[in-house]
Each structure stands twice: as structure tokens, then as C-alpha cells.
Design a protein around this ligand. Structure first.
Ligand SMILES: Cc1cc2nc3c(=O)[nH]c(=O)nc-3n(C[C@H](O)[C@H](O)[C@H](O)COP(=O)(O)O)c2cc1C
Length: 185
């Protein structure tokens, strides 16, 4: 499937069927993450594969819904490895986000659904999964087959700005400070 078609068809799945994800598909998803570009190719991503009832219950104990997903990838970066630019800007989170995005689209191509879940408290995740201090948890990617009646969120999924709002040619002249029109979560 063309990439542009994948981007049009993907949506955040918030209702998964109980069907397990085959190891073969999981490995292809992890491979898509492995091949991600990262700053200076430092590859600081460290991914915890969470599956099975025990693992998913532990994730639920971090006070977030897992929407029935049978599998989750907890993506962290190693802060001893990640690139910092000359202004000291940390790129570990950017790298992790690219890895998550590539895995998200690999999952989509394989007929799976995903939900990028970022609302966890770092401390909860660190405690539940005994994450060492040198790892920084970035986000969880929930994965699984969408339930038969899974649907895109009725407002969030369909609400995208026109390009004129987000893209500027040659200068930012005339741009006005933005305002969050999506509401606070
Ligand atoms: C960085 C990031 C964090 C997100 N965190 C959450 C989350 O914690 N819970 C949730 O339900 N959706 C989360 N989402 C999904 C977004 O709400 C969703 O991508 C957006 O509303 C557009 O909808 P769509 O993905 O269905 O097109 C997150 C997405 C991104 C990219």
C-alpha cells in the first residue's frame, strides 16, 4: 500500500479485539523501528515489549486504559547514549518519536491498529516495569487487531488544519500566535 494511503487509513484505535499479535508481525514492526533514522545514528531507543495478561495488567495499574490491546511497546531512550546538540538540546525524545511513528505505520500496513498513548506518569511506568534511571520512558504504543466495531474518534480523527494554517512559504510574515482549538486533555 502506498504511504500516503496508509496515512489516510490510519486512525487511533481505542477498541482492540482480544486476538493476539503474531510474533512474525511483531518482529516486522520492531524491524521498522530498528531502521528508523536517529540523530547521528546513535540509536538510543530501548523498547520494552509488554504482552500477556500480567504485563497488560501492570500497564493498566499505571492508571491508563489499555483499550483491550494484547500488546504494548514501551519506548524509552537511554540518556547516556542520545545526542545533545551544541545548545544542549536533548534529541532522545525526538528519536523515540520517530521510532514509534515508523512502528505505527508498519503495524497499519500489517492490518493491525495502534494507539500512541502518552498520558502516563513517568514515575508510574518506572516503578511498574523497574525501569533503570538511565532510561527515559517516552510513550507507549498499544497494538492489536481493531475490534470489529472499532471506529475513529468522531471529532479528533477528522479534525485536521488546512495546510495554510501550518505551512508558510519563504517567511512567517503575517503569522499570528496560535491558540489551542482542540480543548485541553
Ligand atoms: C504524541 C501523542 C500522544 C498521544 N497520546 C494519547 C493518549 O494518551 N491517549 C489517547 O487516547 N490518544 C493519544 N494520542 C492519539 C491522538 O489523540 C490522535 O492521534 C489524534 O487525536 C488524531 O486522531 P487519529 O490518530 O485518530 O487520526 C496521542 C498521539 C500522539 C501523536
Amino acid at each position: 500500500m502506498s504511504f500516503i494511503k496508509l496515512t489516510k487509513e490510519r486512525y487511533s484505535v481505542r477498541k482492540f479485539s482480544g486476538k493476539a499479535v503474531e510474533d512474525e508481525k511483531l518482529n516486522l514492526i520492531l524491524e521498522a523501528g530498528r531502521l528508523s533514522p536517529t540523530a547521528v545514528n546513535y540509536q538510543p531507543q530501548r523498547i520494552l515489549v509488554i504482552r500477556g495478561e500480567e504485563g497488560m495488567d501492570k500497564l493498566k495499574s499505571c492508571r491508563r486504559d489499555t483499550f483491550g490491546a494484547p500488546l504494548a511497546l514501551l519506548v524509552c531512550y537511554d540518556k547516556n547514549v542520545s545526542w545533545k546538540n551544541r545548545s544542549g538540546k536533548e534529541y532522545g525524545e525526538v528519536d523515540a518519536a520517530i521510532v514509534i511513528t515508523q512502528m505505527m505505520y508498519a503495524a497499519q500496513e500489517l492490518g493491525l491498529g495502534s494507539l500512541w498513548a502518552a498520558g502516563y506518569k513517568e514515575d508510574d511506568l518506572k516503578k511498574a516495569f523497574s525501569i533503570p534511571d538511565f532510561l527515559v520512558p517516552v510513550s507507549v504504543l498499544l497494538l492489536g487487531y481493531p475490534a470489529e466495531d472499532a471506529e475513529p474518534h468522531p471529532t479528533l480523527h477528522y479534525s485536521r488544519h488546512e495546510l495554510e494554517k501550518t505551512v508558510f512559504y519563504d517567511s512567517f510574515e503575517g503569522i499570528e500566535a496560535g491558540e489551542n482549538t482542540q480543548g485541553k486533555h
